[in-house]
Design a protein around this ligand. Structure first.
Ligand SMILES: NC(=O)c1ccc[n+]([C@@H]2O[C@H](COP(=O)([O-])OP(=O)(O)OC[C@H]3O[C@@H](n4cnc5c(N)ncnc54)[C@H](OP(=O)(O)O)[C@@H]3O)[C@@H](O)[C@H]2O)c1
Length: 378
């Protein structure tokens, strides 16, 4: 059953592609934004080396992976008519991970998360009309739930059209879910909403550092503007990959939407702050929740273009601030029931993760794609 994965050069897409390659047999088609096949190989290797050795990567390229150069914002994903028809006739399923996560450009969010999602949905419909679609798996986010505070959110209650969205990213992801529900035949799609994805419960290495930087910056403060009892919904990348692929591959799912979250096991700030402090060999911060408003004002001020040296850290905090304050549980009973697995607690694996991040100065030690390496299939 041939599966198209979009966004495989990204963090989640690489986890998904690696999970499919390592634990399943299906041929994969990877849509990559690149000017040439050589550039596509190099970019895929960049993303996938966290998961695969160079030898295995090459073996998979030669045996089971077809790379298609394209862009979700272009008509027919940038394919000519004949190529597009071939794609339609060969594919059975789609896992749509590609997205714009930028908080800076509303235009990019609309183009990629909405127009792009529509183009991928049209492909799913064409496959269905041609020979029957196996499944369209749409990777969404908890952020579609908009402004929340101290709530327990069930999957079917997350979308509330009367509620304010956090930002254009959240708004466009919410609208994209709507497109999927309206346009992909019922029973043929599944929507997954990951929580904050941080690290991997099996090993220390990661390629994504933004949230870790924010944590380390926060951990350096003597006092934090949060309640020590507030919950933070963090899940490891391996849980996300197993869940997305597990749902995509499982026939007869019970539901059409799943939170990939820590659910009621989401840890409290105190536990996470203690674990981070322990990892850094420092004392944990004190909690002063009544300073929330001035803290938010300060972060917004520093995130301003004239914010000076602290601007980068402030911008990161601004993006993550809603997740830090909302103290909301996204119910995960559905995924636990469906696949029989729970995510590991962040505090149980954050120590080596933070050590890795700090030792490598918040940068993965990437190995370059060997110059002159043969292109796919050769
Ligand atoms: N990371 C998290 O903590 C998190 C949490 C909740 C939900 N999610 C969801 O997970 C999904 C993937 O996120 P991520 O963290 O993996 O993001 P990411 O690392 O930024 O990856 C985004 C991917 O989308 C691709 N893409 C962007 N624009 C495209 C276009 N016009 N045409 C084709 N491909 C395009 C990127 O390709 P290039 O390499 O060419 O840019 C990249 O492969 C998103 O749907 C996001 O909403 C992520």
């Amino acid at each position: 059953m041939s599966i198209l994965v979009t966004g495989a050069t990204g963090y989640v897409g690489a986890y998904v592609a690696a999970e499919l390659l390592q634990k399943h047999q299906d041929p994969l088609v990877l849509l990559v934004r690149a000017q040439s096949e050589a550039e596509a190989m190099s970019r895929l290797w960049h993303a996938l080396q966290l998961h695969l050795s160079l030898e295995h990567f090459r073996e998979f390229l030669a045996s089971r992976v077809r790379v298609v150069l394209g862009d979700v914002t272009l008509p027919r994903l940038g394919q000519g008519e004949a190529n597009y028809r071939t794609l339609v006739s060969q594919l059975h399923g789609i896992i749509h991970c590609a997205a714009a996560l930028t908080r800076k450009s509303e235009r990019t969010c609309y183009n990629v998360n909405l127009r792009g999602a529509l183009t991928v949905i049209q492909l799913a419909r064409a496959i269905d009309a041609d020979h029957g679609l196996n499944r369209f798996t749409h990777v969404s986010t908890e952020a579609v739930a908009g402004h929340r505070q101290d709530e327990h959110v069930l999957e079917d209650a997350a979308i509330d059209w009367q509620r304010e969205d956090y930002d254009p990213y959240a708004r466009t992801k919410k609208l994209a879910e709507h497109l999927v529900r309206e346009l992909v035949p019922a029973g043929k799609f599944v929507i997954v909403r990951p929580a904050i994805i941080l690290g991997d419960s099996r090993h220390a290495e990661t390629t994504q550092f933004d949230m870790l930087r924010a944590f380390v910056a926060l951990a350096a403060l003597p006092a934090l503007p949060f309640s020590p009892d507030a919950r933070l919904d963090i899940v490891p990348g391996d849980f996300i990959a197993e869940s997305i692929v597990g749902l995509h591959q499982k026939p007869g799912l019970r539901y059409d939407t799943y939170h990939l979250s820590a659910g009621s096991d989401a840890e409290r700030f105190q536990a996470i702050a203690d674990a981070v402090a322990h990892a850094r060999g420092k004392r944990g911060p004190v909690f002063v929740p009544w300073t929330r408003k001035p803290f938010e004002l300060l972060v917004n001020l520093l995130a301003h273009p004239q914010g000076g040296e602290l601007r980068r850290g402030a911008m990161l905090l601004k993006v993550f601030m809603p997740y830090l304050f909302w103290n909301t549980v996204f119910d995960n009973q559905r995924i636990v029931e469906e696949l029989g697995q729970r995510p590991k607690a962040f505090s149980s694996y954050c120590y080596p993760l933070l050590q890795f991040a700090q030792q490598h100065h918040f940068r993965y030690p990437y190995r370059a794609w060997p110059a002159g390496a043969p292109a796919q299939g050769s």
